[in-house]
Write a protein of this length. Structure first.
Length: 83
């Protein structure tokens, strides 16, 4: 288990093993996620790196019009079929 000291200003140095595990380099940003009294540290990723993250090559791309139609249909169903 790794640990570091928190300074008066609330700063700390991430141990080398932690930086390596997250692939962090100087200037990288990190995110802190608080879950039930625990904190997870994640490497922040620029939005442009997320392109294709949810891609499914085996599925055909869906147009915005088709998405809007599906949303409208779902809203109609959840409202009991009334418009």
């Amino acid at each position: 288990m790794k640990e570091s000291t928190v300074t008066v200003k609330g700063q700390t140095t991430l141990p080398k093993d932690v930086r390596s595990a997250l692939g962090l380099a100087s200037g990288d940003r990190v995110r802190y996620v608080i879950l039930e009294g625990e904190v997870r540290i994640l490497k922040a990723r620029p939005v442009k790196e997320l392109q294709g993250l949810l891609a499914r090559p085996e599925r055909e791309a869906v147009s915005l019009d088709a998405m809007e139609e599906a949303i409208a249909a779902g809203a109609t169903e959840s409202a009991g079929g009334t418009t």
